[in-house]
Design a protein around this ligand. Structure first.
Ligand SMILES: NC(=O)c1ccc[n+]([C@@H]2O[C@H](COP(=O)([O-])OP(=O)(O)OC[C@H]3O[C@@H](n4cnc5c(N)ncnc54)[C@H](OP(=O)(O)O)[C@@H]3O)[C@@H](O)[C@H]2O)c1
Length: 217
């Protein structure tokens, strides 16, 4: 769990936001849950044993020290641009995968081959806000199924340029029921996004333990 004076918010209550919320509640982590549609957020929060407080997106941004953007890449870009300087001093957690579906039903990368959504979002943040890439490596089903696994937890990778932000997010990953492994700075985000070698669908094929992950690093 993060320390009691750290307020965590999840913005977005879709596939990833809702599963993250359930995992964090199971790990005893309190958090703010925000979405445009507060009905959905309330329905999710009612199942989470009072760990989630439903708030507006605006209030989540103002109150949280750690903001998880469980939204699509384009929405995350839009939110970062919209909230701008209100994000200074905060840790922004980015699970986004820059993927689209073509007419033939196959997935493709929506940004340059060598680009990562983590680095692009970080470049949009004001000075004093720190981005951590995390929580986007596993499919929603695996994110639920592999959480709080015993006796050996599964790994969640993360990447950041800021040590202090990384420490906070590592605690959040533990509360989520996973063993945190930092893959490096934001220039390594690409490895844990879709098509990356450490992504479930791009490379590893499943949730792995620390001993299984280390040879791949
Ligand atoms: N699904 C996957 O397999 C998967 C796996 C790993 C990582 N990811 C990444 O995780 C992120 C979320 O994916 P998802 O599958 O959870 O998407 P999703 O189910 O479509 O949920 C997106 C959430 O974003 C909210 N949202 C949209 N526009 C918003 C705005 N302007 N302000 C605030 N909230 C807004 C939506 O709220 P409304 O209901 O009001 O539209 C919804 O709650 C994406 O970046 C994705 O790349 C997804």
């Amino acid at each position: 769990m993060t320390s009691s004076d750290t307020t965590v918010a999840i913005i977005g209550t879709g596939n990833i936001g809702s599963r993250l919320a359930a995992n964090l509640a199971a790990g005893g982590q309190d958090f703010l849950l925000a979405s445009r549609d507060q009905q959905t957020a309330r329905a999710i929060a009612s199942t989470l044993d009072r760990h989630a407080e439903v708030v507006s997106v605006d209030e989540a941004v103002d109150r949280a020290d750690v903001v998880v953007l469980a939204t699509w890449f384009d929405t995350s870009k839009q939110l970062i641009t919209e909230y701008g300087d209100r994000l200074v001093g905060k840790v922004i957690v980015d699970p986004s995968n820059p993927v689209g579906i073509g007419d033939d039903g196959t997935f493709h990368k929506t940004i340059g081959e060598r680009e990562s959504s983590g680095q692009i979002l970080a470049s949009l943040l004001p000075d004093g806000a720190h981005l951590v890439k995390a929580f986007g490596t596993l499919s929603p089903g695996t994110l639920s199924a592999a959480a709080h696994r015993k006796p050996e937890p599964a790994v969640q990778f993360y990447a950041t340029d800021d040590d202090a932000a990384g420490t906070v997010v590592a605690e959040l990953i533990r509360a989520d029921g996973y063993d945190p492994i930092r893959v490096g700075g934001l220039d390594q985000s690409i490895r844990i996004e879709s098509f990356g070698d450490l992504h479930e669908q791009g490379g590893l094929g499943r949730a792995v333990t620390r001993s299984e992950a280390l040879p791949a690093l």
